[in-house]
Design a protein around this ligand. Structure first.
Ligand code: SF4
Length: 328
């Protein structure tokens, strides 16, 4: 499989580029996800010409438009960083990035809730790092996460699903642009789309139905925007359970009443957070293979990312919430 290219904050790969000469190696990213992706490291502070070690810096002022200032000598590095970042994001256009993993809390690389100090020196966690902001504005559709959030199983699954789907979409773009390729992609991703957003499922269905009315470029543009918007929305046990029930409709002739009953029970357990999503998905895969159901067989929903990443092996947070409530 051709690897997916992801941008990453250099210190997360274990490179000693931090202000104190250290790093923030994250083994989940290097050892686990690293088997499937190729990283393109970016360290804004080093690449804009600041050395290692260097004086630490932070954000100051208006959280919507903060300044990047060194902590002791009070040197304002905002314009220098912003000029470099604008140039760097333009270069990154040639790298075919399918996503970016940023270092949390950094005044240069943090994507959200970065500390910004007001005039009294009191920090509020409302800022975005200078490079991160420019990157996201330049690439609004590219999936972006920080390493801290990726340790949450649900956010991790969402991010990885987005990067793998974007890769499959890019493969369509890499072929000759034609309506047939787009319709084929949509057909394979219908249930994945439905599991994130029934509203987008409707909108994208209507768009694909107008496939002959719109100029091809416009059609591709609108479809990609809706696809990335849709996948950004989280799946929930309720949405997944609806998809799983919907799938049963395609096998209603082949399954015995006992098998249907078992399927509904498994979905019910999943919906209540008692078992992880992998359980009903494995059961459905078994029936799909056994009965060779052609529509379900091609659904990306059944194989959105490599099984080895074990992204669907966690029970929903609902279970945790229920337990915590009971324990209180
Ligand atoms: S957080 Fe960003 S700027 Fe800081 S060391 Fe890591 S990559 Fe470089």
């Amino acid at each position: 499989m051709e690897k997916i290219t992801l941008g990453i904050s250099t210190c997360l790969l274990g490179e000693n580029v931090r202000y104190d000469g250290g790093h923030k190696l994250d083994r989940l990213l290097t050892d686990t996800l690293g088997q499937y992706v190729e990283y393109l490291p970016v360290c804004p502070e080093v690449e804009c010409g600041l050395g290692v070690p260097r004086e630490p810096m932070h954000l100051e002022g208006d959280p919507n438009s903060p300044r990047l200032v060194t902590i002791y000598s009070k040197e304002d590095l905002t314009d220098r960083m912003a000029r470099w970042a604008q140039k760097r994001v333009a270069e990154l256009e040639n790298e075919n990035l399918s996503g970016f993993i940023l270092k949390s809390d950094s005044p240069s690389s943090g994507m959200e809730r970065v500390k910004v100090c007001n005039e009294e020196g009191t920090p509020v966690k409302k800022g975005v790092g200078i490079f991160a902001k420019i990157f996201v504005e330049h690439f609004p559709l590219i999936p972006v996460e920080d390493e801290g959030r990726l340790h949450d199983p649900e956010l991790r699954e969402n991010f990885i699903e987005r990067i793998f789907t974007l890769k499959r979409w890019r493969e369509v773009l890499g072929k000759k642009e034609n309506r047939g390729n787009m319709v084929e992609f949509h057909t394979k991703h219908k249930l994945l789309i439905l599991s994130h957003s029934p509203k987008h499922y409707q909108m994208m269905g209507r768009l694909v139905a107008r496939v002959k009315d719109l100029p091809l470029k416009e059609l591709y543009r609108q479809y990609q925007t809706l696809l990335m918007e849709c996948l950004h929305l989280k799946t929930t046990p309720k949405k997944n359970a609806n998809v799983l029930e919907h799938m049963m409709g395609y096998l209603k002739e082949q399954l015995s009443s006992d098998e249907k009953q078992e399927w509904l029970e498994v979905i019910g357990h999943y919906r209540k957070g008692k078992i992880p999503l992998i359980v009903p998905v494995t059961l459905i895969n078994h029936y799909v293979r056994k009965h060779n159901q052609p529509y379900l067989k091609q659904q990306a929903y059944l194989y959105p990312h490599p099984l080895e990443l074990q992204l669907r092996n966690h029970a929903s947070k609902i279970t945790h919430c229920i337990k915590t409530k009971k324990e209180e």
